[in-house]
Design a protein around this ligand. Structure first.
Ligand SMILES: [Zn+2]
Length: 213
């Protein structure tokens, strides 16, 4: 199974990816992971990426694509892979197509995990974190026993700026701006499957199974 998983921050891509991994031998690949791995290993691409990041710039598509190509040639991708949150732009999607064609690899599906913005805002604004030990809380699902105090270490439990509504709405608007052209792009190729992100942790897996069967 060779899949791209698209979905807004807070849509639950990680949960769906875990469920797919439970059934199919797919390597789970995200841009963030391969960037960190290349920087850590000190590869040429990693050094190049680090220069951009240190300068506070976006890592260019050709660097990301170069890392992605190396990653897809690793042994654990032989039986399948799941690209998590990549590609992000049409430019990256086109570059990915060229690279996959070169490697003789065909995608099985591009899954768009659909969720409405208010649900995402509800999910993410509930997040709290301990300033001291990093323990994650949730005001609905996992509140601290005493509000504002960490159960584990007694540290202060706060809402990070990233989890505030205005920041989340802004991220969602950037996400939609970048993703709607991708949805059209993969729709025209006949690869797109849309899945309701509120359909439970196996929502994507169920649809992939149905299509296969
Ligand atoms: Zn703590």
């Amino acid at each position: 199974m060779r899949i791209i998983l698209l979905g807004a921050p807070g849509a639950g891509k990680g949960t769906q990816a875990d469920s797919i991994k439970g059934k199919y031998p797919v390597a789970h690949i995200s841009t963030g992971d391969i960037l960190r791995a290349n920087v850590k290993a000190g590869t040429e691409l990693g050094k190049s990426a680090k220069e951009y990041m240190d300068a506070g710039k976006l890592v260019p598509d050709e660097v990301i694509i170069g890392m992605m190509e190396k990653r897809l040639l690793e042994a654990d991708c032989k039986d399948g892979f799941l690209l998590d949150g990549f590609p992000r732009t049409i430019g990256q999607a086109e570059a990915l197509d060229l690279m996959l064609a070169k490697l003789g690899i065909k995608l099985d599906a591009v899954v768009s995990l659909e969720i409405d913005d208010d649900t995402v805002v509800g999910r993410l604004t509930a997040r709290r974190v301990c300033k001291q030990c990093g323990e994650i809380y949730n005001t609905v699902l996992k509140p601290a026993a005493k509000e504002g105090v960490c159960d584990k270490c007694g540290g202060e439990v706060i809402q990070r700026d990233d989890d505030k509504e205005s920041v989340i709405r802004n991220r969602l608007s950037v996400f939609h701006g970048q993703t709607s052209p991708l949805i059209d792009y993969y729709g025209k190729k006949g690869l797109l499957i849309t899945v309701d992100a509120t359909g439970g942790k196996d929502a994507v897996l169920k649809i992939l199974e149905q299509r296969k069967g």
